[in-house]
Design a binder for this molecule. Sequence first.
Ligand SMILES: Nc1ncnc2c1ncn2[C@@H]1O[C@H](COP(=O)(O)OP(=O)(O)OP(=O)(O)O)[C@@H](O)[C@H]1O
Ligand SMILES: [Mg+2]
Length: 551
Amino acid sequence: MPSLRARPLEIIVGAGGSLAVLVALLLRPPGWDVAAVVLATVLPATLVLYGVAAARRARELATQQATLVEQREAMARDTARAEQSRAELADRMAELVTLNELGGSLSSTLDLDELLDRALAAVVAHLRFDRALVLLVDETGEHLTGGRSIGGSDEMTALVAGAEVSLADERSTLVQLARADGPMLFRGIDEDPYEPNRAFAAAVGTTSFLGTPLITKGRTVGVLAVDNRLSGRGLEQAAGPLLFTLGNLLAAAVENARLYAELEASNRELEARVARRTAQLAEAVEQAQAARATAEAASATKSSFLANVSHELRTPLTSVVGFTKIVRKRLEEVVFPIVLTDGAAPDPKVERAMRQVSENLGIMVSEGDRLTAMINDVLDLEKIEAGRMEFRREPVEVATVIDQATAATAALFETTGLALVRDVAGELPVIEGDRNRLVQVVINLLSNAVKFTPSGSVTVRARAADGTVQVEVVDTGTGIDPADHAKVFEPFGQAGDTLTDKPRGTGLGLPICREIVEHHGGRLWLESAVGRGSTFAFTLPVPPRLPPPPS
Ligand SMILES: Nc1ncnc2c1ncn2[C@@H]1O[C@H](COP(=O)(O)OP(=O)(O)OP(=O)(O)O)[C@@H](O)[C@H]1O
Ligand SMILES: [Mg+2]
């Protein structure tokens, strides 16, 4: 920019020229007049030219100054704009930091109170609010409660923590906030016409606050409210959307924390239940073990008792039956002939007495035999149950078993006149087991069938079925009521009314049969109904490989 000040050369030229004119004026050398005329002409012209140049320079200067002012103003405007952008950027940064921090803290804990405290701390630290509070909708969905706050006095913290606002109270500002679907700014609450609102405002010392509902999956789980009461800064509606976003983040985290807490509670409950059940089971096992030990001891006592008593009974019983037989034989062969060959006609009284004695002795023998058989059965059953019965393991042909059993019971069929039908498939697989015991089973079933079949027939059937040999004894007898089916397999269990019906056995045959069959790995069952006859069936498994049958 050109300077308005005189340059040194101009000053020197001006001063030098003036001095030369002054010296020439004083000295008036020869020819001065001409020079004076020239000077008098040139000097004003020079001054005029200088003046014009100076005026032009002054105009230029003014223009430049105006431009300068304009530029300075533009710069100031730019600076202000830059300052505003910087502030906005700082705000956005703070928002991002808050969101980020909130996201971080919300995902780093599942403890509800800790989660709320962290969220509130992030809100006041980065969004430049003085205080913040949060209240949650309780499990019943009827109250806002469980409050946490930050930035306020201890009294306010306690007040918020103890607050319980009914969601039915529609005039409450907090309830209005909970029912809103976005952020809300409340002003002048200290002059609110609804007294509880004024009371709450007074208690926490606020007049206006900005708030947002905490919404997740379309459900409100609480409210978040902030204010600037302490610093006196104004609350801007513009902060609402960010607060709303924060609220939604917080709502989702609250929901997660609650679900986690529920899960943990049910987990704990489950663990406690498992522990209780385990303890009960352990106790039950202990009791079962104790009961088993007692039962085993009792069983051992029973076994030895039975063995002793049976032995003690069987020995004299054998003598009684044996001597009775001898007595009967002697009477019939020696004494009765003497009495009868007396020559005289036998006294009817004597004859009756002889017949009576003979019959009674017969009864004594048969009852003695029955008692012996019963003792043997009791001992057998007891032995099998105690696992002390020894079973042979030999290849057995079921057809042979059936033949032996029918031969043994042939007399029964003869005396009763019942028909025996033999229906045994040829080529039955050989099974493995104790032949005599299996014969005992079939004899038992056949004798039962005869015993309980007044007329008709008894069929013994055998065939191969599903890897087993199945044997059936079918009769056309009285049949058994299904209600008694289980009972007849119990020791001493008999069908029908045993008080009125005269029992025709001891009730040990079927339990013994079942034990024997099951010992062979088979199954014994019954199909019957009253008046429809009975079918007793049992299976014996066919072993995969067997040594060849005995020749
Ligand atoms: N074929 C059958 N028809 C009808 N009832 C039967 C038949 N077989 C068994 N029962 C019923 O089952 C009961 C039990 O039979 P089980 O063979 O165990 O004893 P029991 O024949 O009475 O006496 P035992 O010990 O002498 O065999 C019988 O008393 C009878 O009531
Ligand atoms: Mg029987």
